[in-house]
Design a protein around this ligand. Structure first.
Ligand SMILES: Nc1nc2c(ncn2[C@@H]2O[C@H](COP(=O)(O)OP(=O)(O)O)[C@@H](O)[C@H]2O)c(=O)[nH]1
Ligand SMILES: [Mg+2]
Length: 314
C-alpha cells in the first residue's frame, strides 16, 4: 500500500462499501456524466488532494461545510496561511481548536512542502497558487475535544494574478462571485511590500481598488464577513514610519465596513523569519475566531444529517 493511501477515509470499511455501491451502480450500464463525475470525485478523495468546485459535492453531501476564501496578490502569503494552519494542528490542539481530520491531507502537505522551501528562499514553484480557479482544502475542527460533531471547512486560495486582474476588470471580478456563500473572506495585504516606503501607497491603493470593485460588483455584499489582513507583520513591527491605525485601520473601516456584515483588520506573522518576538502561526487564532459557528453564517449543505464517525477515524 502506498504511503499516501494511508489515513484516508475511503479506506475504512464504510467508505469501501460506498465505493462498491457506486461501482455496482454503473455495472453493465453506460456511465452517465453525473456518475462519471462522482467516480472522479471518489478517486480524488482517495488521493487526498485539493478539490475543485465540482469535487465539493462528496464533502458537502456528507457534512455541513462552511467555505472560507483567502484572497490576495501574488506572494502576499496566502499559501503560507493554509500550510501553517495545518502544521499547527499536527502535534497538539491549537488554543481551543482541535483538529478532527482532513479529507485533503495530501493537498495540505504539498502546501507545507512549498512553504518550507520558499521560507528558505529555495525554488518551490510546483505548489504555487497558479491555477486560476478556486481549489479547496478540507479541514474539520472541534471547538471542544468532547464535542460530538466537528465543524467542517472548505478553505480556498486562488492565484494572485487573478486577483490583480479582477480589480480592474468586471468580467474577471464576476468570476469571483462564487465567494458569496462564504462564512469568512480574508483579503491579505503583503506586509513585506508595505515596509518599502516607495511601494507603500501603491500597495494600499491596490488593496482598496480590489475591495471597492468587489463591493461595486456585489462580490462582497451585506452578508460578507471580511477581514483585511496585513501579513508578515514580523517585518513591519517596530517600524516607526508605519502607522497601522492611520494607514490601514481607520481608512479601510471608513471606506468599507458599511458595505459588509462584519469587518475587521488583523496583523499576522504566521511564518516569521525570526522566532524571537513572533512564534509560528502568530495571528492565526484571530482568523479562526471568525469561523466559529454563527447563526446567520451561510452553511452549504446538500445531504442527510450525517455523523462524524468517519471523519474521526482519519
Ligand atoms: N517574514 C515573513 N515571511 C512570510 C510570512 N508568511 C509568508 N512569508 C513568505 O512570503 C512568501 C510568499 O508566501 P506565499 O504563501 O507563497 O504567497 P502566495 O503567493 O500569496 O501564496 C514566502 O517566501 C513566504 O515564506 C511571515 O509571516 N513572515
Ligand atoms: Mg500561493
Amino acid at each position: 500500500m502506498a504511503d499516501t493511501e494511508k489515513n484516508f477515509y475511503l479506506q475504512d470499511d464504510e467508505a469501501k462499501d460506498e465505493t462498491e455501491v457506486k461501482n455496482s451502480e454503473v455495472d453493465g450500464a453506460v456511465e452517465s456524466d453525473e456518475q462519471s463525475q462522482v467516480n472522479k470525485t471518489v478517486f480524488k478523495l482517495f488521493t487526498g488532494d485539493e478539490l475543485s468546485f465540482d469535487d465539493l459535492k462528496l464533502v458537502t453531501h456528507r457534512y455541513p461545510a462552511s467555505k472560507v476564501y483567502i484572497l490576495g496578490e501574488h506572494d502576499s502569503g496566502k499559501t503560507t496561511i493554509l500550510s501553517t494552519l495545518f502544521e499547527m494542528f499536527q502535534f497538539a490542539p491549537f488554543n481551543n481548536f482541535h483538529f478532527a481530520g482532513s479529507l485533503t491531507q495530501v493537498g495540505f502537505e504539498k502546501r507545507c512542502f512549498h512553504s518550507r522551501l520558499s521560507s528558505k528562499n529555495q525554488e518551490a514553484d510546483t505548489a504555487r497558487t497558479t491555477i486560476e480557479q478556486f481549489r479547496f482544502l478540507h479541514l474539520a475542527l472541534k471547538f471542544k475535544p468532547e464535542a460530538k460533531a466537528a465543524n467542517h471547512y472548505l478553505i480556498s486560495d486562488i492565484s494572485g494574478e487573478k486577483i490583480t486582474r479582477a480589480k480592474n476588470d468586471s468580467k474577471e471580478m464576476q468570476d469571483l462571485s462564487v465567494i458569496n456563500d462564504s462564512v469568512h473572506v480574508c483579503y491579505i495585504i503583503d506586509g513585506e511590500k508595505l515596509k518599502d516606503i516607495k511601494l507603500r501607497q501603491a500597495i494600499l491603493t491596490q488593496a482598496k481598488t480590489f475591495i471597492r470593485k468587489a463591493i461595486d460588483e456585489e462580490v462582497f455584499n451585506s452578508k460578507t464577513r471580511l477581514s483585511v489582513i496585513v501579513s508578515k507583520w514580523d517585518l513591519l513591527d517596530g517600524k516607526k514610519d508605519f502607522d497601522f491605525e492611520n494607514l490601514i485601520e481607520i481608512p479601510f473601516k471608513r471606506d468599507f465596513a458599511h458595505a459588509v456584515s462584519e469587518f475587521n483588520v488583523l496583523k499576522i506573522a504566521v511564518r516569521p523569519k525570526k522566532f524571537n518576538k513572533f512564534k509560528l502561526g502568530h495571528g492565526l487564532i484571530d482568523i479562526l475566531k471568525h469561523w466559529q459557528p454563527n447563526p446567520s453564517a451561510p452553511i452549504i449543505y446538500s445531504g442527510e444529517a450525517s455523523s462524524d464517525r468517519m471523519i474521526s477515524k482519519i
